[in-house]
Write a protein that binds this ligand. Structure first.
Ligand code: GLN
Ligand code: ZN
Length: 766
């Protein structure tokens, strides 16, 4: 019988239970017991759901209160001294490392003031993990029993699970050296780390685990030779009598370039992502020994589209033909963490379209269905298959997915449309004249705190409890407050604060043709921050202006330049669930044309600074160097330029990037007049060099907006002084890392005031 496997299930809960209790805990409104209780209930629910669906191999330890990679850092005692010195309870250390912690002394405990660890994109997804950070004093030891506890918890419910661990090579390679230890290459710590893995594996075996899913996703990256070689060392060490069987799991890409690292490893089987790279089947099969099992990742863990059963079954059958049914497992391509929990709560999506979707819960059933079809033959589920085929062909032929006018406009795009009128120097002179911006200009990235108030009123509006007019009044008042606030603090280029936006992509999606929305389709982005990605279902176009009213109003109430605020084409696409029936490039072009019209409308309305955010441009980069990556860079850059190049020289185009290690060359190619980059957590001084050749203007983010911590003025001064050692002062902007929407007003005011005061100090000097 061909078994079915799920590699991981979303932990946030169908009603965002995890977010609610975590945030309540942070604000002192829930106890630690309540927090743990909700965690326990969520795990139980997820396991039972999978069990009832008929999944044979169900994961455990896929749950996390913040991030699964951070859990491993706690587990292996990879806790820099600046956190451990406070002797906080483990759960608070976890949160301190994830999001920073600043709190005054109490009678029983000293004051705490510590920044968060760096957080970066998880491969090419919109999930972020907390980067393992290895300081000089790192001493690996087994510091918790989480994987064992969760295995036993499931066992007590009568559910035998396959615990999930991040494998040692990936864990190290995804980490970095701490600032006290910059010469360290984390992979050199492998031999010290392995005994701790072995100890953990032994405990899992004692608890009754027969197999462990060991995730080595870095196998889809271009790996240096010493990392490729580390696999043999690691797995020969770990495979032993005292360990459960190890199931080596890769996902999100192509393992072929590292296939030599896998060959001959003493593991029970290998999982690969055949949704992404079906072409790798032969080579993966060839790398297996006759006793090793092949886990066929065939149900897409990264999108919301229903599987095409006929195709999937064919593919699994081709794998069976190569290795035999007893050696094949049917699985999700990756963890289902990246898809919303269930379609069941979606009541508003038109039935015709809803029928094209499958979320995590539905995907679980798909895996079981495919496994059944290849075991018992397609006749056994003829009806299910017929319904699936009908739904697939309905989407292919639907009028929703095709708009001739949009296709035609894309076909007519010219090269000129993607070039500004003049080179940067000429534009800069025109902008200086038009905008009157001082040296060390201060600005923010766009959003200001989104208080409960705003959310309540927005909800009322969505539900029709208040009129559009009332809502508009409220938004105007918010904008006016934010403008006043910025003038008080003394910022130079203002923003309207984005109070009308629930989310930087959804907001635009709602105003464009071609998107649909979920009511509850949340996906974890990081920690307690979830996003609800819109879904691109058809060709995209702009029926009318999207942001002009708010920006125009904001500009009308201040003499300072107001920055219009848009989300770029690539980010709109990356942070949506894209279509899988036309290319990403074509979808980006459609979005770019819609945004181009918006940019021109803003300019016409008197908004002469326009920021087009592209924080997701990096995450879309194909994971390996080569033709596919070059092609991506080309169309990503072109679509940004297409969106932004329709303005006069005197209009200043900004862009913003966060969350990832960017390539300065890609940023340069966008030819924005000013870019702002998340930077405050890059503690290696060499990073300051990275953009030093950047020809246009630049703002390296000066404080972490994920944390409520307030940096003192001197901290800003020190930071700017460091940057000035490398950058010419006339190129520098002064800004935070990113938007302030998740922050509170108190820390926002304090941080920005210190930042502005620091900028003024420098301005006085030059
Ligand atoms: N303008 C957006 C904001 O400030 C940018 C958000 C982002 O880069 N993630 O919220
Ligand atoms: Zn950002």
């Amino acid at each position: 019988m061909v078994q079915s496997a799920v590699l991981g299930f979303p932990r946030i809960g169908a009603q965002r239970e995890l977010k609610k209790v975590t945030e309540a805990y942070w604000s002192g409104k829930a106890t630690v017991d309540e927090l743990f209780q909700v965690g326990k209930e969520l795990r139980e629910k997820n396991w039972k759901l999978q069990k009832e669906a008929g999944v044979d191999i169900i994961p455990s330890n896929d749950f996390s209160f913040y991030d699964q990679v951070l859990d491993h850092s706690l587990l292996f005692n990879v806790i820099p001294d600046r956190y451990s010195k406070y002797n906080l309870p483990a759960i608070d250390t976890l949160f301190a490392m994830g999001r920073g912690l600043q709190r005054p002394a109490t009678e029983t405990s000293p004051a705490v003031d510590v920044t968060a660890l760096e957080m970066v994109k998880w491969f090419d997804s919109n999930y972020h993990y907390v980067r393992p950070t290895f300081s000089k004093t790192v001493e690996f030891k087994l510091n918790s029993s989480k994987p064992v506890d969760e295995f036993l918890e499931a066992k007590a419910l009568g559910i035998h699970t396959r615990p999930v661990l991040v494998g040692p090579v990936s864990y190290l390679y995804l980490g970095k050296a701490d600032k006290d230890n910059l010469e360290l290459e984390p992979i050199t710590l492998l031999e010290k780390l392995l005994p701790v893995y072995a100890e953990l594996l032994a405990k899992l075996k004692e608890a009754g685990a027969d197999t462990v899913q060991i995730d080595e996703p870095v196998l889809v990256l271009d790996l240096p030779a010493e990392v490729q070689a580390a696999y043999k060392t690691a797995y020969e060490y770990l495979a032993s009598e005292t360990a459960p069987k190890l199931f080596l799991t890769t996902y999100f890409g192509d393992v072929r370039p590292n296939i030599a690292s896998i060959k001959g490893l003493p593991v029970a089987g290998v999982h690969a992502d055949f949704v992404r790279v079906p072409e790798q089947l032969d080579e993966v099969v060839a790398a297996l020994s006759p006793s090793q099992i092949l886990s066929v990742g065939i149900v897409n863990g990264r999108n919301i589209w229903k599987s095409n059963f006929a195709k999937a079954i064919d593919f699994v059958n081709s794998a069976i033909a190569k290795v035999g049914a007893e050696r094949v497992i049917v699985a999700t391509s990756s963890s289902l963490l990246h898809t919303p929990v269930t379609l069941a709560s979606e009541k508003k999506i038109p039935a015709e379209i809803k029928d094209w979707f499958a979320f995590a819960t539905e995907k679980v059933t798909e895996v079981v269905t495919i496994a059944k079809a290849v075991t018992d033959g397609t006749e056994s589920i003829a009806e299910v298959l017929a319904a699936n085929a009908k739904s697939i062909s309905a989407r292919e032929t639907s009028s929703i997915t095709n708009d001739a006018a949009v296709r035609e406009r894309v076909a007519k795009i010219t090269e000129d449309q993607a070039r500004r009128k003049s080179p940067f120097g000429v534009r800069l002179a025109a902008q200086k004249k038009a905008l009157g911006i001082p040296l060390f200009p201060t600005t923010t990235i766009g959003s200001f705190p989104q208080t409960k108030d705003i959310r309540i009123v927005r909800n009322k509006f969505t539900k029709g409890e208040i009129t559009a007019e009332e809502y508009e009044k409220f938004i105007e008042k918010e904008i006016a407050d934010v403008v006043k606030f910025q003038e008080e603090v003394g910022l130079d280029v203002l923003v309207h604060g984005e109070p009308e936006r629930n989310d930087m992509v959804q907001y635009f999606g709602e105003k464009l043709n071609g998107f649909v929305f979920t009511t509850n389709g949340w996906v974890q982005s990081y920690g307690s921050r979830y996003v609800r990605p819109p879904i691109v279902v058809g060709d995209v176009s702009r029926p009318g202006p999207m942001t002009v009213k708010e920006s125009k109003y904001a500009q009308s109430i201040t003499k300072k330049p107001m920055k219009g605020m848009l989300t770029g084409p690539v980010t709109c696409l990356r942070w949506s669930f894209p279509r899988d029936d036309i290319s990403a490039k074509l979808q980006a072009q459609q979005l770019a044309l819609a945004l181009r019209d918006e940019v021109q409308d803003l300019e016409a309305a008197g908004v002469y600074v326009i920021q087009v955010d592209e924080p997701a441009i990096r995450e879309g980069l194909p994971l390996r160097a080569g033709a596919e990556r070059d092609d991506y860079v080309n169309w990503a850059v072109e679509s940004f330029r297409l969106a932004t190049s329709g303005v006069e020289d005197s209009t200043q185009i900004h862009s913003h990037f966060c969350y990832s290690d960017l390539d300065p060359n890609h940023i340069k190619a966008l030819d924005a007049d000013v870019v702002s980059i998340e930077f405050s957590k890059k503690d290696d001084p060499k990073y300051i060099q990275e953009f030093s050749e950047y020809p246009n203007h630049i703002g390296l983010g000066l404080f972490d907006i994920h944390s409520p911590r307030v940096p003192a003025k001197d901290e800003f001064v020190g930071r700017i002084a460091d940057i000035l050692k490398v950058y010419p002062q006339e190129n520098l902007w002064v800004n935070p890392d990113c938007g302030l929407k998740t922050r509170g007003w108190t820390e926002t005011r304090a941080s920005l005031q210190n930042m502005v005061d620091a900028a003024k100090e420098f301005r006085a000097k030059y």
